[in-house]
Design a protein around this ligand. Structure first.
Ligand code: GLN
Length: 479
C-alpha cells in the first residue's frame, strides 16, 4: 500500500518525514498518539506518554526530522522530564539537562514522544525487571519483548511510535529488536555520545536505534552520531552520511560465519532461518566463509564479571542524597541502607553484590583482572577474523521470544540469551539485528551482522540489501 493510503502510524520514519515536509507533522503525531494510547494498557511499552508537541512551530518543517515522533528509552535524560531507568530508586528524578542525543534530536526537529519501559537500569533480557510492570511482545502478549530496550522495540513493532532510541551494553538493542521483528542498530563504542545516558557498564554502553527499516536507522544515526567533548570516550572520527551508504549491493563482500555461533542451544528454527539468510546473501553475490572466534565461548562469563563491576560502581551514587527516592530513617547510615534496600529491585541488587565481590581485595586479580585479559582475547579474535572478511554474520538471539516468567527465576538461563550479542560489546564493534524470518508459531527471528570499528556504513548497506530482498519487515503483528 502506498504511504498515503495506510494509517499514519504505519509509516516509516522516512515516509513520515516526506509527508510532514508538505503537510506538517500534526496528523502523524495525532495518529501515533491515539494508537499508542490505545495499545499501551496491553503492551506497557511506555512509562510516560504525552501527546508530543512539535517543538518550534513551523520552524520545525525546515529541520531534517520535520517534527515526526521519536521515542526515548527511560535511561536517557530529558531536561525537566522524569527519567527513572524503570527503577523505584529514581522515582521523581528530573534531570536538569538533556543528553547529547536528546539535544541533537531536538535540534534536528524530532518530536520527543514518550519514554520507553525497560529492564531496571538496563539489567536484563526480557523487560520483566522494570519496577513499573513487564512489557509484552506485540506478536504474542504472553511472551517477552526481549530486553533491556524492550519498551523501545515493542513500541516500534506495534506502530506505537515511528522509531526509538535504546542502549546496548550486552545486546539490549539487538536482542529485543530480534524478538520483536524490528531493526536494532548498535554503533561502534564511542560513535554516539553517552553524555546523559545513565551509566550501566561504562566501557560497553552505547546508544543506538530501533526502527522499522534499515533506512530509518541510517536517518537517525545521521542525527545522533559524532564527537562530543562532554563524553571523554566519544570518538573524534568523521561521520559519513549514512543514508548515502544504502546501495543495494553486497556483490563481492566477504561475510564470515563464526563456527562458534552455530552450536548446541541454538534453536533449530533460528538456525534454519539464519542458514537461509546465508543462502540469500550468497545468491546476492556475497562470499560466505567460515571463520573462527575461539574465545567467544567465554564472552558471557567475562561480561558478567566486567559489566557488573562497572555497574556496582556506577550505581553507588544512588543513595537517597542527590537523586530520586529517599526513605527517611533515624540517621544517615540507615537512610542509605533503607533507600537502597527499597529502591533497587532484585536483579539490581544481585549485580551490585556480584560487582562489589569481583572488585574486592583478594578477588580482583582472580576475577576482574582476568576478565579484562580475556576481553582482550575476544577483541583480538575479531581483529583477526576481520583480516579475512568484511562482515560477520550469525543469529542475534539463540531463541525467538520466550514466555513471560519462563526465565525470570533462572538468572543463568536469562544471561545466556545474550550469548551472540555480548561479543560485539566486548570488542566495541558495530552490530545490527535485522528480521530474517518467523518461527512456525509466527514469532520473529533476527539476523545479526557485525562490522569493523566505525564501519557502520558497510553494515547498513549489507543490512539494507538483505532487508529489501527479503521484505520480512512488511509483516506486522495483529493487535
Ligand atoms: N541482557 C544483558 C544484561 O542483562 C544486556 C543488557 C544491556 O545491553 N543493557 O546485562
Amino acid at each position: 500500500m502506498s504511504e498515503t493510503t495506510r494509517p499514519f502510524y504505519q509509516l516509516t520514519l522516512k515516509e513520515a518525514i516526506r509527508i510532514a515536509q508538505s503537510k506538517g507533522p500534526d496528523e502523524i503525531l495525532k495518529a501515533v498518539w491515539e494508537r499508542a494510547q490505545a495499545l499501551n494498557p496491553r503492551v506497557n511499552a511506555f512509562l510516560r506518554l504525552d501527546s508530543g508537541k512539535p517543538a518550534g512551530g513551523t520552524a520545525v518543517l525546515q529541520k531534517p526530522l520535520c517534527g515526526v515522533p521519536v521515542s526515548i528509552k527511560d535511561n536517557i535524560c530529558i531536561q525537566g522530564v522524569e527519567t527513572t531507568c524503570a527503577s523505584r530508586i529514581l522515582k521523581g528524578h528530573v534531570p536538569p539537562y538533556d543528553a547529547t542525543v536528546v539535544e541533537k534530536l531536538k535540534a534536528n526537529g524530532a518530536t520527543l514522544f514518550g519514554q520507553c519501559n525497560m529492564d531496571e537500569f538496563a539489567f536484563g533480557s526480557s523487560s520483566e525487571t522494570s519496577a513499573y510492570g513487564v512489557v509484552r511482545n506485540p506478536w504474542d502478549l504472553e511472551r517477552v519483548p526481549g530486553g533491556s530496550s524492550g519498551g523501545s522495540a515493542a513500541a516500534v513493532a506495534a506502530d506505537m511510535t515511528l522509531a526509538a532510541l535504546g542502549s546496548d551494553t550486552g545486546g539490549s538493542i539487538r536482542q529485543p529488536a530480534s524478538l520483536c521483528g524490528v531493526v536494532g542498530f548498535k554503533p561502534t563504542y564511542g560513535r554516539v555520545s553517552r553524555y546523559g545516558l545513565i551509566a550501566f557498564g561504562s566501557s560497553f554502553d552505547q546508544i543506538g536505534t530501533l526502527t522499522k527499516t534499515v533506512e530509518d536507522s541510517a536517518i537517525l544515526l545521521n542525527v545522533i552520531s559524532g564527537h562530543d567533548p562532554r563524553d571523554s570516550t566519544s570518538a573524534n572520527q568523521p561521520v559519513p552520511d549514512y543514508t548515502q551508504a544504502l546501495k543495494r549491493d553486497v556483490q563481492g563482500l566477504r561475510i564470515g560465519c563464526p563456527k562458534e555461533f552455530f552450536v548446541e542451544g541454538l534453536d533449530p528454527e533460528v538456525a534454519q532461518s539464519v542458514e537461509e539468510a546465508t543462502r540469500t546473501l550468497k545468491k546476492l553475490g556475497a562470499q560466505i566463509k567460515e571463520v573462527t572466534l575461539p574465545h567467544t565461548p567465554y564472552s558471557v562469563a567475562v561480561y558478567y564479571i566486567v559489566a557488573v563491576a562497572e555497574a556496582s560502581s556506577n550505581l553507588g551514587r544512588f543513595d537517597g542524597v542527590e537523586y530520586g527516592l529517599r526513605v527517611p530513617a533515624k540517621d544517615l547510615r540507615d537512610m542509605y541502607f533503607e533507600t537502597r534496600d527499597e529502591g533497587f529491585g532484585q536483579e539490581a541488587k544481585r549485580r551490585i553484590l556480584l560487582g562489589t565481590f569481583v572488585l574486592s581485595a583478594g578477588y580482583y586479580d582472580a576475577y576482574y583482572r582476568k576478565g579484562q585479559k580475556v576481553r582482550t582475547l575476544v577483541r583480538d579474535d575479531f581483529e583477526k577474523a576481520f583480516r579475512e572478511v568484511d562482515l560477520i554474520m550469525g543469529p542475534t538471539s539463540p531463541t525467538a521470544a520466550f514466555k513471560l516468567g519462563e526465565k525470570a527465576e533462572d538468572p543463568l538461563a536469562m544471561y545466556l540469551s545474550d550469548i551472540f550479542t555480548i561479543p560485539a560489546n566486548l570488542a566495541g564493534i558495530p552490530a545490527v539485528s535485522v528480521p530474517c524470518g518467523f518461527t512456525r508459531a509466527g514469532l520473529p527471528i533476527g539476523l545479526q551482522l557485525m562490522a569493523r570499528p566505525f564501519d557502520e556504513a558497510l553494515l547498513l548497506r549489507a543490512a539494507h540489501t538483505f532487508e529489501q530482498e527479503t521484505e520480512f519487515f512488511k509483516k506486522m503483528p495483529v493487535l
